[in-house]
Design a protein around this ligand. Structure first.
Ligand code: PLP
Length: 395
């Protein structure tokens, strides 16, 4: 059967691929420690699950408005006001099937074939694939661990062409955990405004900033920047709701209306019951969020110094999200346990097969020479995983 050119160029998400392989090995009885997962290991808080049950009992099991129920949009507007100090109207919100779907809606509204979007490498795996799916061209600007994964603004300026339509910002970042400060955001916003570019700000990790750090959205910088910014957010990470599939985009009303129209044709509304659960997440008790953050910080504070003890592994301390992204270039071009290791993919394969630890190769994020480890796993698993990693890398 014919396969379109569009489909031919897309490969399955490597992060999901590594996690699936680890699960397969576990099913075969192999004790694999997964550092590959991109989701909190905590259960969804009880009051959120209860709200889903109540929604079903109340008959909220039918189609809703395609872009989401008004109550949830209002709760998103309210929490943006509370958390970011930014005022939106509910017609500036489109509720989607997760943050990933919100991003896909954005590209469909924004990008014509041949249009370019500036992204920062290392980048989250789906950005480049999604932009290509709509015929666009992702243009990576590379950042490095030695600069704490902060971009060089001159390189960003040099990457702008007459086909550039947007700059995509992801702070805190998956996979690096980097959090960008005011100076960088202002520099990027200046470049966007002077070239008439949209700023897409993926803020799905905004609640996971450590050491008391505060989230800064580009939309908070000025009204002018806010009018050029589309925020992507989701309940997935802060409320441990990855399977519920509720995210949203917020931005200029005319842009959001187009996203809603596309969604009405492609998927209709996000799951009605999950929308009520998300409403409970945003309007109910919020102590679960700092509690999870505190646990992640504890794990990070164990993991980073432990990794820094492993000879040859250079690891910066992530200021946010739940990933570390150590530089493993010292191992590339060498042999481990008699096996040649040429690149980060071979290293991840080796760590899985020989060390029984799953990681994601940096190449999946457009950054050869690194691997990503998620610390969304128990302290016991972290300790055992680090022990295995050290052993596998020193044989
Ligand atoms: N953006 C980033 C940077 C992510 O890491 C993820 C999920 O891993 C998403 C967006 C998508 O989140 P969701 O599960 O809500 O679709």
């Amino acid at each position: 059967m014919k396969i379109s050119h569009r489909a031919e160029q897309i490969v399955p998400s490597p992060t999901i691929g590594m996690a699936t392989r680890a699960k397969q090995m576990q099913r075969e009885g192999i004790d694999v420690i997964s550092f590959a997962v991109g989701e909190p290991d905590f259960p969804t808080p009880e009051h959120i699950c209860a709200a889903a049950g109540e929604a079903m009992a109340a008959g909220h099991t039918k189609y809703t408005p395609a872009s989401g129920i008004p109550e949830l949009k209002e709760a998103i507007v309210y929490s943006s006001q509370q958390q970011l100090g930014i005022n939106y109207d509910s017609n500036q919100v489109c509720v989607c099937n997760g943050g990933k779907h919100a991003l896909m809606n954005i590209w469909q509204v924004l990008v014509d074939p041949g249009d370019e979007v500036i992204i920062f490498a290392p980048y989250w795996v789906s950005y480049a694939a999604q932009i290509k799916l709509v015929g666009g061209q992702p243009v990576p600007v590379v950042t490095a661990g030695t600069d704490e994964f902060q971009p060089d603004l001159d390189e960003v300026r040099a990457a702008v062409t007459d086909r550039t339509v947007a700059i995509l910002i992801n702070s805190p970042s998956n996979p690096t955990g980097a959090v960008w400060g005011r100076e960088i955001l202002e520099g990027l916003a200046q470049i966007a405004l002077s070239n008439d570019l949209a700023i897409i700000s993926d803020e799905v990790y905004k609640h996971l900033i450590y050491d008391g750090g505060q989230h800064l959205s580009p939309a908070m910088l000025s009204d002018e920047v806010k009018h050029s910014t589309i925020i992507v957010d989701a309940v997935s990470k802060p409320y441990s709701m990855t399977g519920w599939r509720i995210g949203w985009l917020i931005g200029p009303a005319d842009f959001v209306a187009k996203a809603g129209s596309i969604q009405s044709q492609q998927t209709s509304n996000p799951n009605s019951i999950a929308q009520y659960a998300a409403l409970a997440a945003l309007t109910g008790p919020q102590d679960c969020v700092p509690q999870m953050r505190a646990q992640f910080q504890q794990r990070r504070d164990y993991l980073v110094p432990a990794l820094q003890q492993i000879p040859g592994l250079a690891c910066t301390t992530p200021a946010g999200a739940f990933y570390v992204f150590p530089d493993v270039s010292a191992y590339l071009g060498t042999e481990l346990a008699g096996q040649p290791i040429q690149d980060s993919l071979q290293l991840s394969e080796y760590l899985l097969v020989e060390g029984h630890i799953s990681t994601v190769p940096g190449s999946a994020f457009g950054a050869e020479g690194y691997v990503r480890l998620s610390f969304a796993c128990s302290m016991d698993n972290l300790q055992e995983g680090v022990r295995r990693l050290g052993q596998a890398l020193t044989t």
